[in-house]
Design a protein around this ligand. Structure first.
Ligand code: ADP
Ligand code: MG
Length: 612
């Protein structure tokens, strides 16, 4: 392929977002690398000195330029990439403004050597402060070498504005890294102050990520992709417990161009909602592809900002794609034990649950927990005689008596005779707080409160979605006195509270009459549940990113869930596990804390000093 450079007609040039292209060494580096990529380079070397202040050199093996084009390339608005207004409407190259080389040459000492593979001899051009000093024939390798010395040497104001060499180097590194991430097939070498910083060979996207962020990171990431008529998206997402306290490691590429877009980032955060604790951010590298006619990259000289034709559809596409990808992951944290016996920070271990026939995930915890646990048929039955808790048992679990059945059979307060447990894995409750079970290769510990919270939370959300409330009528309506502020809040939330299963009447400024409460409310809690839910709701009230319904679902599930300290019998434990594993995301509670932790046999063996 050859190209011809022309000067854009003024009318077209005027339509291009004006502004300074070169603000610091990193912006020059970015423009030069983008030119090399547009010139179909397969290998690019970037050399800088003193944070790019004294030297920036970009060497590529791209298509090069003819002598005439080499001369034209430094003119303002000279480009080979667009010719008409229609081209500007559908940009497929990284550059299109025809300004970068001119701008760089205006504020530095530039030398360019270039040759097209089909030409015998190449061209050398030297320009200082926009003044051409040399245009000669020169023997040079095929491709282009551009050397930029002493950036801003003739604009002391801007030179003084530059930060330390280290800071400028960081900015350049970021630029190189982003390009490397989005162009894994490109070989790249980055040298700073004579030190090789990156040496990257052509590879796949996932290998490139490893090359850049290190091998260890890959265990915390998973790949996903999705397509629709509107757009396609693929990339790598951090599993929820691999979170960052800063937003830095987040990369969004639109049609292979690194972009910064608050709204699309928000879509990603929204998808992680409830999986992350406050103040932490997910790691992601996302490649979004949209028909170039439906995006405008011509909004800012840096080309990092873009305008989407249909922003809200793209937002929803990203949100739903990532939500789905996350819900398909099995995200059980793996705990390790430190020398002092305490648990080390969570590590991620995806443990594979079998996918169902339809591709839908079917988690059968009984299958999962049964492995290795057969030797334990002499179940340590820690059935409780306190029967305050009841976790409704789904109808599908026919072989297990329902709590009401148990209720009648345990009136004598004698520990329940366990139903036939031969085929069922053993599960224990410890400290009336955690459930414990053996699985293949280790044991799992489940936080009973967090587990129930997850169940109730998803149930509440689905009630909101299908407006299908389930309420238990109280025999004697309760009259509750509240502050007038709380009563006002109740009035605001009334439709949502009703969908949740509350039956309420507001009576005067400070009185509420409760006729019914959601079925999930434990007997005995009817009196306090409403006030508890309101109090918790208020703590979250200023979280503007959450809808009132979601906040309500969160506070309700927390307050209605069984607590640490609540004893459970076997039927209840099983029912809880059945319901937990039927949820979309069983591994984290709505606040982002883990529900399940796995301890591997290897870890236990290590602790016991076993070698096998
Ligand atoms: P733009 O990239 O917006 O077209 P530039 O000022 O960056 O504008 O470059 C002007 C022209 O010079 C490009 O359109 C391209 O034809 C040519 N050019 C620049 N760098 C290279 C390169 N490394 N290899 C081949 N051609 C190049
Ligand atoms: Mg360019």
């Amino acid at each position: 392929m050859t190209q011809t450079i022309h000067i854009l007609p003024k009318t077209l040039a005027d339509k291009i977002a004006a502004g300074e292209v070169v603000q610091r060494p990193a912006s020059a580096v970015k423009e030069l690398i983008e030119n090399s990529i547009d010139a179909q380079a397969t290998s690019i070397t970037v050399v800088v000195k003193d944070g790019g202040k004294t030297l920036i050199q970009v060497i590529d093996d791209g298509i090069g330029m003819s002598h005439e084009d080499a001369v034209l390339a430094f003119e303002r608005h000279s480009t080979s990439k667009i010719a008409t207004y229609e081209d500007l409407e559908q940009i497929r190259t990284l550059g299109f403004r025809g300004e970068a080389l001119a701008s760089i040459a205006a504020v530095s000492q530039v030398e360019m050597k270039t040759r097209q593979a089909s030409d015998q001899i190449g061209t050398k051009i030297r320009i200082e402060g926009g003044v051409t000093l040399e245009e000669t024939a020169e023997a040079t390798q095929a491709g282009t070498i551009i050397t930029v010395r002493n950036l801003f040497y003739n604009t002391p104001g801007r030179r003084n504005f530059l930060k330390t060499n280290n800071t400028e180097f960081r900015h350049i590194y970021d630029v190189v890294q982003r390009i490397a991430l989005s162009h894994p097939h490109l070989a790249m070498t980055f040298i700073s102050d004579d030190e090789a910083i990156l040496t990257l060979y052509p590879t796949t996207s996932s290998e490139r990520i490893k090359d850049i962020f290190g091998e260890h990171l890959s265990q915390y990431l998973f790949f996903f992709e999705r397509q629709s008529e509107l757009a396609s998206i693929s990339g790598f997402l951090g599993k929820p417990d691999f979170v960052k306290k800063t937003r830095i490691e987040q990369y969004l590429f639109l049609n292979n161009r690194y972009i910064v877009n608050r709204s699309m980032n928000h879509a990603v955060y929204q998808a992680y909602e409830h999986l992350l604790e406050k103040g932490s951010f997910p790691f992601f590298v996302l490649f979004l592809n949209v028909d170039p006619r439906k995006v405008d990259v011509n909004v800012h000289p840096s080309k990092m900002e873009v305008k989407f034709g249909d922003e809200s559809s793209i937002y929803r596409f990203i949100l739903s794609s990532i939500r789905k990808a996350l819900s398909e992951q099995d995200l059980i944290p793996l705990a390790g034990i430190k020398a002092d016996g305490s648990l080390v920070e969570m590590q991620k271990l995806a443990f594979t649950l079998r996918p169902g026939i339809s591709g839908q995930r079917v988690v059968n915890w009984q299958e999962l927990f049964k492995q290795d646990a057969q030797s334990d048929t002499t179940t340590v039955s820690k059935s409780s005689t306190h029967r305050e808790i009841s976790i409704p048992i789904p109808e599908t679990a026919k072989n297990i008596p329902s709590p009401t059945q148990l209720e009648t059979s345990t009136t004598s307060q004698i520990p329940t005779q366990e139903p036939q447990t031969k085929d069922l894995p053993s599960v224990w409750q410890i400290h009336n707080k955690y459930l414990l079970a053996a699985i293949e290769g280790g044991i799992v510990v489940i936080d009973q409160h967090a587990a129930h919270e997850r169940v109730l939370y998803e149930r509440a959300l689905s009630r909101f979605n299908d407006k299908h409330s389930k309420s238990q009528q109280l025999l004697f309506p309760l009259t509750i006195e509240m502050t007038s502020g709380d009563v006002t809040l109740i009035q605001q939330l009334l439709p949502h509270l009703e969908t949740l299963g509350f039956n309420l009447k507001v009576f005067g400024k400070t009185t509420v009459i409760v006729d019914g409460v959601p079925v999930d409310v434990k007997p005995g809690d009817e009196k306090t549940i409403l006030q508890d839910v309101l109090d918790l709701y208020k703590e979250d009230e200023h979280n503007l990113e959450l809808e009132p319904r979601e906040k309500l679902a969160k506070s309700f599930s927390c307050k209605a869930a069984i607590k640490a300290g609540d004893p459970l019998n076997h039927a209840e434990m099983r029912s809880l596990l059945d319901q937990l594993f039927a949820t979309e995301i069983p591994y984290v509670c709505p606040h982002g804390r883990p529900v399940i932790i796995k301890l591997s046999l290897a870890e236990l063996d290590k602790r016991f000093g076993r070698t096998s």
